[in-house]
Structure formats: C-alpha cells, structure tokens
Design a binder for this molecule. Structure first.
Ligand SMILES: Cc1cc2nc3c(=O)[nH]c(=O)nc-3n(C[C@H](O)[C@H](O)[C@H](O)COP(=O)(O)O)c2cc1C
Length: 416
C-alpha cells in the first residue's frame, strides 16, 4: 500500500514532500507553521492578508495606530472613500513579514505567500502590486494567487527580475477560471508553475456559489487534467479541500496530481495562529455546527463555525484602522448593513447585524472561525484530556501522519 512519501513534488530538480499547507489569513498560517513545514521538506504558506496589523503584533510596528490617527475625523462618516493605504507602509509591512520568515527558513522545503485579490484595500491594483513585488524582493520561494481570478496579476510582476524564477501559481475552482487565466496571460509567455484546484469542502472563502454542494473536487480535477493533456500543458496540479488523511492524498497522487494542499488538520497545530481556546471550539464542533454562508462582505460564500462571535455582532466598522475590503469606491457591504441597523434602532445601546460581518475586525481578532468542512473530524485526530479539553498537536505530527499513514488511518499523538 502506497503512502504520500512514495511520491515527490518536483519543481525542476528541486524535490519536495508533496504536501502543501494552504495559506490561512489573517495570520492563521503563521510564519512558525510555514517554517516548520519547510523544515520537514514540504511547502508552507504565509499569507499577505492584513500584514500591517500582523507586523504590529509581531514586530511592534505602529501602522494601524498611524492610519487610525490619519483618518479618525471620518469615523462617523459612512463614506470611506478617503481611506487609503500608505503604499510605503504596506511595502514595509510586507518586507518585514516576508524577510524575517525567509531569513529563519531551514531545511529543504519551500515557503510561499498566499496573495488575496479580494483584499481590494480601496486601491486594488496598486496595493496588490506592492504586496506581490515586495514578496519577490524579499526572497519568497513562491506566490499562490488566491481569492480572485487574478487576470492581471502576472502582468503586475512581469518586469520583476524574479518573475521567471520564483514559483508562481494560482488557485482555481473550475476549468473555466483556469482557461480565463491562461488566455489572459498567454502573451506573457509564462505558464503558472502550479495550479491549486480547490473544491467546495475547503475552509475560508469558496470559489463557488451557495450551490457549492453540487460540486465535487475529483470531477473538477479530472476535467482540468483532461484539458491540460489535450493542450499538452505540463503544469503540476494540486487538489485541495477535504483531503483529510494520507490515503485521501495518495488517491489524488496516484491519478497524476503533483501534490495536495491541506489546511484544516493544521488549524489545531501548536504553530497555528488560532488562539488555543478557539482551537478547542474547532475540536468540539460537530457537523451541524458548521455552515457555509454569505456573511462575508467579499461576496464569496465562506465556511465557518456557527457559534463564532463574528456572527450577528454589530461592531462599528473599523475602516479607518483597517479597511482591507473597501472596494475601488471605498464601499464595503458591512458598512451598509451596519448603517441600516443603526438607522432602524437609533436608541439601541447595542445593535446586531445579521446579514454581514465586519471581516477585517473579526479576522484580526480571531473571532470569525472560518474552517474546512471536515473540522468535525478533528476530535478523532487527538486525545481528550482529563478536563475535557483536547490535546493540541504539533505540525510535525500532523505532517508526518499525512506523509506516512496508510489504510485511511490517522495516527494519534503521544499522550501527555
Ligand atoms: C482556517 C482557514 C483559513 C483559510 N484561509 C484562507 C485564505 O486566507 N486564503 C486562501 O486562499 N485559502 C484559505 N483557506 C483555504 C486553505 O488554504 C486550503 O486550500 C483548504 O482549506 C484545504 O482544504 P482542507 O482545509 O479541507 O484541508 C483557509 C482554510 C482554513 C481552514
């Protein structure tokens, strides 16, 4: 019986364990997690989501305070079009996070950055350009283009000296999205180095509508494989979403996939950014506690635990300090929903917004508990402590379980 370790992900002559840990913003896939995965010979991800606030937390910068001070005068104003990111600050935050991570890297693996197009930041092109290019400047091994079609993203890096040497890939959830991307970038004469095919069971935002349950990862992967074969394109395919055991992974590697991308199992790793108390909520969840909803102001469906504090919270929009989801015109659908409730309940001390969540504030505070479909199986991957809590795992244990397990089994950690 084969295990994942019988396969290798090859980027030219560089061979890796074919396990990629998906990017999880905001700082859920931490530098510590990515570094551990690289040490173990796989591919880890950091994320470029909300980096100014992430570096404030880790490196004592003051980007959020400074921005808040600059825009405080419009705090009560529903029009946020004035709120702009200082591109120099954004570059500095990206530089800090990427350079410190890459300097600490050990081992044979790689570290990529997950770059989200939907972080429109009231200036989509300019802010994405900075994030992509500074990550390349600071030596990131690769970039995974996520949360969006990214039709113009390669062009934003085209004249960068590392455009052809860094590993650049894209996440798609359909053949159509891939075809659009390839067509749009044909003239750049540079194919993606890898394609992550993300199915409907993934965590975070989904590249499907609310009819996500009608789709299935294996079918989408097979369609894309056939297309690439017909077009004689040899691009490594990396399925993601619901790959919970080493055997699940092997079943994709045996059909010619180059690697797998996984995330949910690592949400309960010690190195993951989710606070320890919240990790217990992930362990405790049953299937009925998880839903896919349209609460994210990005307009994409998102999967999360129903009991997370973000849902129905009526927190005041914090765009002066954050503002990562503001579209080109300075709008965010949470601001509209919040103002509607405020107008409907002028005397209330506290309001509740049920149809949208303030994604920036709640992701920043780990109050939006986004998760993969199989989160309810996490409790089967560890021991229950005497006090009823679950034992947190190490990333090494989870990684090795994916790498070496067979027979659909999940190895439990050493009990302490
Ligand atoms: C908590 C969590 C946060 C995530 N955040 C992001 C993100 O910020 N960007 C992204 O492209 N994918 C995100 N994902 C998706 C993962 O990178 C990955 O592709 C997917 O979850 C793999 O499926 P699995 O969780 O079933 O293993 C997230 C997943 C989880 C579980």
């Amino acid at each position: 019986m084969k295990c994942v370790d019988d396969f290798r992900l090859c980027f030219g002559k560089h061979e890796l364990v074919p396990i990629m840990i998906g990017g999880m913003g905001v700082d859920i896939s931490t530098a510590e997690l990515a570094l551990e995965i690289a040490r173990l010979g796989g591919v880890g991800h950091i994320s470029d989501a909300m980096l100014p606030t992430v570096t404030d937390r880790h490196y004592k910068t003051r980007f959020v305070k400074d921005k808040l001070r600059q825009y405080k005068h419009i705090a009560g104003n529903p029009d946020k079009s004035e709120v702009q990111f200082d591109l120099g600050h954004l570059a500095e935050a990206t530089r800090l996070h990427v350079s410190r991570t890459m300097q600490a890297k050990r081992g044979n693996g790689m570290i990529f950055i997950n770059s989200m197009e939907k972080l429109t930041m009231n200036a989509p092109r300019e802010t994405l350009r900075v994030r992509l290019r500074v990550a390349l400047d600071e030596g990131i091994d690769g970039i995974t283009l996520a949360a969006g079609l990214h039709l113009g993203s390669f062009a934003l890096m085209e004249d960068h000296p590392r455009f052809r040497d860094a590993k650049l890939g894209i996440i798609v959830s359909s053949l159509r999205a891939l075809q659009l991307f390839l067509r749009k970038n044909a003239k750049l004469n540079r194919l993606p180095d890898f394609i992550v095919v993300e199915g409907p069971l993934a965590g975070g935002h989904l590249g499907f509508g609310m009819d996500w349950a009608q789709y299935d990862l294996r079918t989408i992967v097979a369609e894309i494989q056939q297309h690439l074969q017909a077009e004689k394109l040899e691009i490594p395919l990396i399925p993601a979403g619901g790959i919970f055991t080493g055997s699940d992974a092997v079943s994709y590697l045996e059909t010619g996939c180059a690697a797998v991308q996984v995330a949910t199992r690592f949400t309960v790793a010690d190195e993951c950014g989710i606070p320890k108390k919240v990790q217990q909520e992930y362990f405790k969840a049953s299937e009925n506690d998880i839903e896919v909803n349209m609460l994210s102001p990005t307009g994409y469906p998102m999967r999360m635990l129903k009991n997370c504090p973000a849902i129905s919270s009526g927190i005041r929009p914090n765009c002066e300090a954050f503002g990562y989801i503001l579209d080109t015109n300075g709008n965010c659908s949470y601001i509209d929903a919040y103002n509607r409730e405020l107008a409907a309940h002028p005397d209330a001390r506290k309001i509740s917004v049920k149809d949208k969540i303030c994604l920036c504030t709640h992701m920043r505070n780990y109050d939006c508990w986004t998760c993969g479909h199989y989160t309810y199986r996490l409790k089967d991957t560890t021991h229950r402590n005497a006090d009823g809590t679950y034992q947190i795992l190490t990333a090494e244990h989870i990684f090795h379980d994916y790498q070496f397990s067979t027979g659909n089994k999940v190895a439990l950690p050493t009990q302490y």
